[in-house]
Design a protein around this ligand. Structure first.
Ligand SMILES: Cc1cc2nc3c(=O)[nH]c(=O)nc-3n(C[C@H](O)[C@H](O)[C@H](O)COP(=O)(O)O)c2cc1C
Length: 325
């Protein structure tokens, strides 16, 4: 729609159908979930963060996290690490795995990650961040993007400086989380800080944080961001991207019903089984089932029962009650 806030956007030479992206979430944005998000209207999906050091040492689980499925493209693989040469090698592994984009994590607030010098710690070391970006850019043909935060503590605005560092080092786009690292994933986002960072560079800046509907996305886009990345609101509703796009285009956004969501969850379980095997796929879904069932009648009982399921047939028998209108 001409003039609509939702539109196609390019990251380097990668064309995204829309400027609404799935934010990377460890433990959540696996390939099964990313397919649902792509089908639900996300213009770009991103893997969970993968450790560059673990890839360097041949860790099988980390290599498994690089696996992409045909239905999820365009897809970015997110890497974390503090050593430029390990990051460059890991980016090559991501490219070989079929990633359309490599994303560098420079915003993770988790202690263990920061202690290793990676994640949000890189916001304190712009020279090292620039080195990681430029070494990564020169080691792959695909575009390299960076995700970071407005600051480390409340009120700090490192955004414009870091955005320029990323751009000059060759990054093709940025995802800017509007909360400081000290706040992890809660509290207000600093829209004004995001607007200044977005205006400081020519590359697209995707604003991120707290978006749950079209109004939230609109605020970020009107602040000057080229796109929006949605995290937690997609966790139990990966169709939220189409809902937001409709709202931004002035169409009446039909909220996704709980029965549609439960059918999506069943499809997620089938996709998960394809990746990890039936029993292991169900076990991995245990920590997510509570989000999906939240607010539904008898949710606590169904959640408890889900913990001991071994087959997809059992899962369907348990959840079918929620798929009827
Ligand atoms: C469970 C969880 C895991 C996350 N894992 C990552 C990650 O691997 N890499 C990353 O850059 N951000 C990660 N994040 C941050 C999200 O990408 C996003 O920036 C944050 O949730 C704010 O967006 P939201 O308010 O839309 O959820 C994670 C967030 C959550 C809640």
């Amino acid at each position: 729609m001409p003039g609509s806030l939702v539109h196609a956007v390019s990251i380097g030479r990668v064309k995204l159908r829309s400027n609404l992206a799935l934010a990377p979430m460890a433990g959540i944005t696996n390939a099964a979930f990313r397919i649902l998000a792509a089908e639900g209207g996300a213009g770009l999906v991103v893997t969970e963060m993968v450790s560059a050091d673990s890839l360097k040492y041949g860790n099988k689980k980390s290599f498994k996290m690089l696996e992409l499925l045909p239905g999820e493209h365009p897809a970015a693989i997110q890497l974390f690490g503090a050593d430029p040469s390990s990051m460059a090698l890991a980016a090559q592994a991501a490219e070989r795995a079929g990633a359309d984009i490599v994303d560098i994590n420079a915003g993770c607030p988790v202690k263990k990650v920061r202690r290793s010098g990676a994640g949000a710690e890189l916001m304190l070391k712009p020279m090292l961040l620039a080195d990681i970006i430029s070494r990564t850019v020169s080691s792959v043909k695909i575009p390299v993007t960076v995700k970071f935060r407005v600051g480390l503590v409340a009120g700090e605005n490192l955004g414009p400086m870091l955005a320029r560092v990323c751009e000059q080092a060759g990054a093709a786009a940025i995802t800017l989380h509007g909360r400081p690292a000290s706040q992890f994933h809660t509290g207000p986002v600093d829209l004004a800080a995001m607007a200044i960072a977005a205006a400081a560079v020519k590359i697209p800046v995707f604003g991120n944080g707290g978006v749950e509907n079209a109004a939230g996305a609109r605020a970020i886009l009107e602040a000057g961001c080229a796109g929006v990345a949605v995290g937690r609101a997609a966790v139990f509703n990966p169709a939220i991207f189409a809902e937001i796009a409709a709202g931004l285009s002035g169409e009446k956004a039909e909220p996704v019903t709980s029965s549609v969501r439960m059918r999506l969850f069943l499809r997620f379980l089938v996709l998960n089984a394809g990746i990890y095997g039936e029993e292991h796929g169900l076990a991995r879904a245990r920590k997510l089932v509570g989000y999906w069932l939240k607010g539904l009648p008898g949710a606590a009982g169904a959640r408890g029962a889900f913990m001991s399921l071994k087959t997809l047939k059992e899962a369907e028998e348990l959840l079918i009650q929620y798929t009827k209108e």
